[in-house]
Design a protein around this ligand. Structure first.
Ligand SMILES: [Fe+2]
Length: 378
């Protein structure tokens, strides 16, 4: 079996890890450009990061012109602003969108054309060179694990579709993962992003393909969620729970280099067409996908049940976890209109993630999964 594995990001982990930021900037350049979103820009976290840089004598400029789902044009404008600033190190600060945008901004600072020209589905990774400025990611949520990932997802304004840009050169050089920066995250966002991390780990664990390293990380990532997610939602200042979920998020993103599954193919259109938060979309659809995969992934689901020591089955645990942290059971409750069913199904079948789902998915299968998730029918 010949394959290619890669786990290269340096991770500074734990309460107080933010203090390592100046050394990592200086090791790679002299001036920083911070990419964040308007929400984080208004929080004390932002001032704290800028103060850590200023106290170390590092000049930093910033942009917060980033949408909740970053637009292609925002990355291109950010790339121009980065060039104009003279900065040589990019810092992504925030949730998955800000971190993805930081990678897109770094790419567009040195690469010509439009970011959608680098669409992975069109072989765009071949056009991405090593001269992308170094990116340091500081996550403030625990979900996407974008801080250890090599892809960025942006919305193409012209087609309203999500475009994945993927290259080892986009991988952050450093992830500074400090649970102190996550204590202010509201319970709903902790729940939604936490379910994204869970979905990454679970889909990677059952994905088709040979990757025992990813499998080991994914199974332990699921266990981190099992131990910590409810506490992180209920006791926002519990640094052990926050740290556990931050670890689960990185483990999920590391593991999903093996592949994802149908839940992500259903979730991506819910984001682009209905504006549903990505983690919430996964959280709503995941049990329906587990039911769909029940036979194809039976052995793997049994391993999860054993690792977690569940007295009930995986499905019962997922449903109880969703109830405990306030995740709705149906797409209707999540605010999605049934009128979107055909458009959602068209985009879901075009999405690449279901290619590694343990049970093959036709458009009808994905449409039936949406119908089940509208009806609450497991
Ligand atoms: Fe995800």
């Amino acid at each position: 079996m010949r394959t290619s594995f890669s786990f290269p990001t340096t991770i500074e982990f734990g309460a107080g890890a933010l203090a390592s930021l100046p050394d990592h900037v200086r090791a790679r350049g002299s001036r920083a450009f911070v990419v964040t979103d308007p929400g984080v820009r208004g929080l004390p976290i932002f001032d704290r990061v800028m103060a850590v840089l200023a106290d170390a004598g590092i000049v930093a400029t910033s942009t917060d012109a980033i949408s909740p789902n970053p637009l292609a044009g925002e990355c291109e404008a950010g790339g121009r602003a980065l060039r104009a600033s003279g900065a040589d190190v990019v810092i992504g600060l925030g949730g998955g969108s800000a971190l993805d945008a930081a990678k897109g901004v770094a790419l567009m600072a040195t690469h010509e054309g439009r970011i959608v020209d680098y669409d992975d589905a069109k072989g765009g990774w071949k056009l991405i060179r090593a001269d992308v400025p170094p990116v340091i990611c500081i996550p403030t949520t625990a979900g996407t694990g974008s801080e250890v990932g090599r892809s960025t997802v942006v919305i193409d304004e012209d087609t309203h579709t999500k475009v994945v840009v993927f290259s080892p050169f986009l991988m952050p050089k450093v992830a500074i993962v400090d649970p102190e920066l996550m204590v202010g995250m509201p319970a709903w966002l902790t729940a939604a992003t936490g379910f994204d991390a869970l979905t990454h780990n679970l889909e990677a664990f059952v994905a088709k393909g040979f990757h025992p390293m990813a499998d080991g990380i994914a199974l332990e990532g699921i266990a981190q969620v099992h131990t910590h997610l409810v506490t992180a939602c209920r006791k926002p200042a519990d640094l052990t729970a926050r740290g556990g979920m931050a670890m689960a998020a990185m483990m999920g993103a590391t593991a999903f280099q093996k592949g994802l599954g149908a839940a992500h193919s259903l979730a991506h259109p819910l984001g682009s067409l209905a504006g549903v938060h990505h983690g919430l979309a996964n959280a709503v659809v995941l049990p329906y996908v587990v039911a769909f995969n029940r036979e194809a992934a039976a052995e793997r689901y049994a391993l999860v049940e054993r690792r977690l020591g569940l007295s009930e089955g995986l499905m019962e645990w997922l449903l109880a976890l969703r109830r405990d942290i306030g995740i709705p059971h149906t797409l209707g409750e999540a605010g999605v209109s049934r009128a979107l069913l055909e458009a959602l199904s068209d985009q879901a079948i075009a999405d690449g993630c279901h290619g590694s789902n343990p049970r093959p998915c036709s458009r009808d299968d994905l449409r039936n999964l949406y119908v089940a998730a509208f009806d609450g029918n497991l």
